[in-house]
Design a protein around this ligand. Structure first.
Ligand SMILES: C[S@@+](CC[C@H](N)C(=O)[O-])C[C@H]1O[C@@H](n2cnc3c(N)ncnc32)[C@H](O)[C@@H]1O
Length: 226
């Protein structure tokens, strides 16, 4: 699909970014449904909605938190982002020296990813890679990751459990995860489910200028890292 886009300047503390984003998310969603109608497509699929195409407040909160707390912790570490959308945390992690893999299930994400890498990363940064990954279908084998992050991915009831299973399976020993959420209704359920899992969490509250309420950032690791 052809989208109308614009370049959004963003400052994450001392890191400046210019991200190509959708000009108007609602208009792009309407256009997508109109296009599916024209093609008489049976696939009126929610998952083709271009929700990837804006920087959601939780991505901004997560990036600000990472910049404040992890700026000297990511160099040389493997870093996986789930449901990355425009992948601001991945771009920041690459600037901080991590070996980054950004993932999403939407077919148009890699085009934006490539363009935003060209716009925002200098030659000295290791180039992040993109991989299609649907977090509902857990890959049996995948590298254990030092860091796994996700922002604004708890918007369906089943996602909390799926995400936790993914983290339990794919975090390395000593690995850590960050999950940022704008306090959507299933956030509380996520917190309860962490307590029943093999993971433990610290909870951080992070203010976001563009949102009426702060975001929550969960930092998770294994209860028993051995
Ligand atoms: C609300 S957006 C958040 C995007 C980005 N993380 C941010 O905070 O700006 C949700 C993202 O999750 C992706 N997504 C939805 N369901 C998914 C699934 N089952 N597997 C992987 N990604 C998924 C969407 O394509 C979209 O990019």
């Amino acid at each position: 699909m052809v989208y109308k886009t614009h370049i959004l300047p963003l400052a994450i503390r001392e890191h400046s970014f210019n991200l190509e984003c959708l000009e108007n998310l609602d208009a792009s969603v309407d256009e997508m449904f109109a296009e599916l109608e024209r093609r008489k497509s049976q696939e009126m699929l929610e998952e083709l909605c271009p929700y990837f195409g804006v920087v959601w407040p939780a991505a901004q909160a997560l990036s600000e938190w990472m910049s404040e707390n992890l700026s000297t912790h990511l160099a040389g570490k493997s870093f996986l982002e789930l449901g990355c959308g425009l992948a601001l945390p991945s771009l920041l992690a690459a600037r901080l020296g991590a070996a980054v893999t950004a993932t999403d299930l939407h077919p148009d994400v890699p085009i934006f990813f490539e363009r935003n890498i060209r716009r925002n990363l200098a030659g000295g940064n290791a180039t992040p890679v993109f991989a299609y990954l649907d977090w509902r279908q857990l890959p049996e084998q995948a590298a254990p990751w030092d860091w796994i992050v996700a922002s604004d991915v708890l918007y369906e009831r089943s996602y909390a459990g799926t995400l936790l299973s993914f983290l339990e399976r794919h975090l390395s020993r000593g690995g850590q995860a960050l999950v940022a959420d704008p306090q959507r209704p299933f956030c509380e359920q996520f917190e309860k489910q962490i307590q029943e899992s093999s993971l433990r969490f610290e909870k951080h509250i992070w203010p976001v200028k563009t949102l009426g309420q702060p975001c929550v950032i969960y930092r998770l690791d294994r209860k028993d890292p051995s």
